[in-house]
Ligand binder design. Structure first.
Ligand code: CS2
Length: 484
């Protein structure tokens, strides 16, 4: 493209194996917001399979909505959106080239092209990986977080959106004005009831623009819930070297992930979709039990390993799992905390799931860093840990692993490890956390009181529950004293 911001698969030689479908003519049926590694490894693997094995004819345009990592995206555009996916397990590794992304757009520079795609008759699905914070949604109060500056600015100027929610609403608005058919908005983020959260966020925004528009969304747009699962560590130089060794070429957009993947989706689509159930996705009427099991068991134990493991000098998940004490803490957590928190409501095979997680977590090929998982804890923990704690409190059951986890998270987000070395804490509340630790230096009780008082994380209920305070305090005291 003349502006260099978009690329379609033109006749340039690509050093990748041939595709068994016609990339050049794949129509764009889906837009994806977010150029995340997770999207490339998870959702795209199902779309690629649908094109390869079912001749689905399903092209995707990916939109990079956030600044940063531009050089990787530019390389991706230069290589005509083809990238390498390496799948690893203890049994070995396999790789292939993914060709189903056929256009890449940088936002806002490429916005005219983006709106053109939104208005297209061929468009059926707009999917997204925004991470938990990208929804600007206050789950406690079940409403949009209008304190978010980007979101507030989008309400002033909805035609020039900056937030992902603003982009979705504006895209829908253009379809509504042109009387186009409804489409599906498909969230692929780790949030319980992600489709419902997305729907509430979009509708709340739309209502402030026009009631008729809101009504149209309610009638014509579908928001399936989905549970997404595949471990996809961030790529580093080693990873890139390994891929180049396997394939014989450099690919800055390459991803290494585990072989395992799971995708459970409510079969509630407004328009066409590939027959993803024929390539391994599970289409169900209710995703909730699967989503809950995955968030509480997989992500819950990931965060547990991240904070406890990091503080004990374990750089990766597999290294932490090699440590008998940490491994025991994790298996106890699955058996005695996560499982009983869910078992009275649903009847999935939690023990088998725990066994499969134990197998996945020891994969030494992944090098999944505890530091990576520890990011954005303030946004992740409410979904991963706190509902488990709420259930266990109600059942009168103890939660020693999660109490230790909270203590380690508090220590970690204070910005120093047990030896006093600085930690690169990445979290929207980073400054707030550091300020608490500064004002209550070494005073575990004071620090804990302030942390639990953060109702945006703990909600009004847990913030004022003395049982949580009592459970965490003994774990925190020795950790904060070490820094004195
Ligand atoms: C991880 C997840 O980084 C994290 O917070 O817990 O990305 C996890 O690897 C995926 O949800 C697995 O499906």
């Amino acid at each position: 493209m003349a502006d260099g911001l978009s690329a379609s698969p033109a006749a340039v030689t690509i050093r990748h194996p041939d595709f068994c479908y016609q990339r050049q003519t794949l129509p764009i049926r889906q837009i994806h917001l977010g150029f995340s590694a997770f999207f490339r490894a998870h959702l795209m693997s199902y779309i690629e399979d649908a094109n390869r094995y079912l001749a689905a004819g399903w092209g995707v345009a990916v939109v990079k909505t956030r600044a940063g990592n531009d050089s990787q995206f530019d390389s991706f555009i230069r290589q005509h959106c083809v990238y390498t996916l390496v799948e690893t397990s203890r049994q070995g590794e396999e790789w292939y080239a993914v060709g189903s992304v056929v256009e890449a757009i940088k936002y806002p520079q490429g916005q005219e092209r983006l709106w053109q795609l939104w208005e297209s008759d061929k468009l059926s699905i707009v999917s997204m990986t925004l991470t938990e914070k990208g929804y600007c949604y206050d789950l406690g109060n079940r409403c949009l977080d209008w304190d978010n500056a980007e979101l507030a600015a989008d309400l002033e100027q909805p035609g020039r959106p900056r937030s992902a929610i603003g982009i979705l609403v504006h895209g829908l608005y253009r379809r509504w004005q042109l009387r186009k058919r409804g489409i599906t908005l498909l969230s692929c983020d780790n949030l319980p009831g992600n489709g419902q959260v997305l729907k509430q966020a979009v509708i709340e925004f739309a209502e402030r623009i026009d009631k008729g528009f809101q009504h149209w969304i309610e009638q014509q747009v579908a928001f399936p819930d989905s549970m997404v699962d595949r471990i996809v560590p961030a790529m580093d130089e080693n990873g890139h070297r390994r891929v180049a060794g396997l394939t014989g070429y450099e690919d800055p957009a390459a991803i290494v992930c585990e072989k395992f993947r799971q995708w459970v989706v409510t079969d509630n689509f407004a328009a066409d979709r590939p027959a993803w159930e024929q390539v391994g996705a599970q289409m169900v009427s209710d995703v909730a039990p699967y989503g809950e099991m995955k968030l509480r068991m997989l992500n819950g134990s990931h965060s547990l390993i991240a904070y406890t493991g990091y503080l004990e000098g374990k750089e990766t998940v597999d290294r932490a799992m090699e440590d008998p004490a940490l491994r025991k803490m994790v298996t106890d957590f699955w058996r005695n905390e996560a499982k009983p928190s869910m078992a009275r409501r649903h009847h999935l095979d939690y023990d088998r799931y725990a066994d499969s997680l134990a197998e996945r977590f020891v994969n030494p090929q992944l090098g999944h860093r505890t530091w990576q998982i520890a990011m954005d804890g303030s946004k992740k923990l409410p979904y991963r840990w706190l509902n488990t704690i709420r259930d266990l409190l109600e059942l009168g059951l103890p939660f020693p692993s999660l109490s230790r986890g909270i203590a380690c998270w508090i220590k970690y987000t204070g910005g120093y490890d047990l030896a006093g070395n600085e930690i690169d804490v990445r979290d929207p509340l980073r400054e707030k956390f550091a300020a608490i630790h500064r004002s209550y230096l070494g005073d575990g009780g004071g620090i804990l009181g302030k942390y639990l008082g953060l109702t945006e994380i703990f909600g009004d209920d847990l913030s004022s529950d003395p049982r949580l305070y009592q459970a965490v305090l003994p774990h925190l005291l020795p950790l904060v004293k070490q820094r004195l």
